[in-house]
Design a protein around this ligand. Structure first.
Ligand SMILES: N[C@@H](CCC(=O)N[C@@H](CS)C(=O)NCC(=O)O)C(=O)O
Length: 105
């Protein structure tokens, strides 16, 4: 009986499932960055949720960003799943070429 109650309490909602199957997007940003604003706007327009890591507020994340992006020193640095997209220009280039939707899954 107790197990039954636990099972019910962890039953995922439709929203939980939708979020779980969306490819995780991570975007490294900092304040007052027009490229970051542009990239986030495009992702929002496309109904995408993303994890934002502000390297100004979290300076310990900057070397992690540089390492993950293999030397990317500017923000934004955008990842779709494990794939490094690049910055804002690369994100918009993918959109223009029609390849972004496939990456988003
Ligand atoms: N071409 C890049 C340009 C990015 C860029 O120049 N970002 C600025 C901030 S808006 C930057 O990181 N500058 C270097 C710095 O602030 O250390 C892109 O599309 O993402």
């Amino acid at each position: 009986m107790k197990i039954f109650a636990v099972t019910l309490s962890i039953r995922p909602t439709v929203l939980d499932i939708e979020v779980a199957i969306m490819t995780k997007i991570t975007i490294y940003t900092k304040l007052l960055c027009p490229y970051c604003v542009g990239a986030k706007s495009l992702l929002k327009e496309k109904g995408q949720k993303f994890d934002e890591i502000d390297i100004g507020k979290n300076p310990d994340q900057r070397p992690i960003m540089i390492d993950r992006s293999r030397g990317g020193l500017t923000v934004p640095q955008i990842f779709i799943g494990d794939k490094h997209v690049g910055g804002c220009d690369e994100l918009f280039a993918l959109e223009r070429s029609g390849k972004l939707d496939a990456l988003l899954g």
